[in-house]
Design a protein around this ligand. Structure first.
Ligand code: ADE
Length: 222
């Protein structure tokens, strides 16, 4: 069983995502468990303060290093298993399928720290194992990146998806440079749009060749 500890200032954000569909089933099968930690529990004083203004000036507030550090220590006190601590940040390494594959193969629990506000005190970097950006855009917090990371790892764990797709090195496992091939289901014709003939042929070799040849057909131009 792999435990994902998720440290956040907004625990309620995770309710729907973790308790639906594949992530729910993975918990039900006891392959993963999710523990949400409120960073505010480690804040200062009566107001449980977790943020402060940046040295050198600038807009907004930063998450202080100490509440984050205390969160890490607390989570490490909960288990004797190795914990890999992940900090989502737009300045991290771009998170790719190959990262998900590697993380899914580690014998480790995970702690994902979700920053908020305008950022975090940089010194927290000394206490985390990995920093990841989920893409070159800026989100308002680490919660959505945490969901991306949790989802992409969990679906790779043996027994989660069932069947052949659960194995990491399956032939159709995506690597960083391929996209999923297009797929079709009934009906064979919709408003004059027909399913590619090769998929109806029953010729598995030809079907595999066709699938391997498909490129990204997404409509990127605005
Ligand atoms: N926090 C804010 N934006 C982010 C991004 N693109 N990736 C990871 N963490 C983030």
């Amino acid at each position: 069983m792999i435990t994902f500890f998720i440290a956040t200032l907004f625990p309620e954000i995770f309710d729907g995502v973790l308790n639906s569909s594949m992530l729910f089933k993975a918990q039900d099968k006891q392959i993963v468990s999710f523990k949400i930690i409120n960073i505010r529990d480690f804040g200062f004083g009566q107001r449980k303060q977790v943020d402060d203004t940046p040295y050198g000036g600038g807009d907004g507030m930063l998450l202080m290093v100490e509440p984050l550090y205390k969160t890490i220590l607390y989570v490490k006190s909960l288990t004797t298993k190795k914990i890999t601590t992940i900090l989502p940040t737009p300045r991290g390494k771009t998170y790719l399928q190959s990262d998900a594959n590697k993380l899914a193969e580690m014998d480790s629990d995970f702690l994902i720290l979700c920053p908020r506000y305008e950022g975090y005190d940089e010194r927290i970097i000394n206490f985390v194992d990995k920093t990841y950006s989920i893409g070159n855009y800026v989100l308002t917090g680490g919660e959505i990146p945490a969901m991306v990371i949790v989802d992409s790892i969990t679906r790779l764990l043996p027994g989660v998806l069932g069947g052949e797709t659960s194995v990491i090195n399956e032939s159709f496992q995506l690597n960083d440079f391929t996209t999923e091939f297009p797929q079709y289901t009934r009906p064979e014709e919709f408003n004059g749009l027909v399913v590619p003939q090769v998929l109806l042929s029953g010729n598995h070799k030809k079907i595999a060749e066709w699938r391997n040849k498909q490129n990204d057909t997404s409509k990127n131009e605005l």
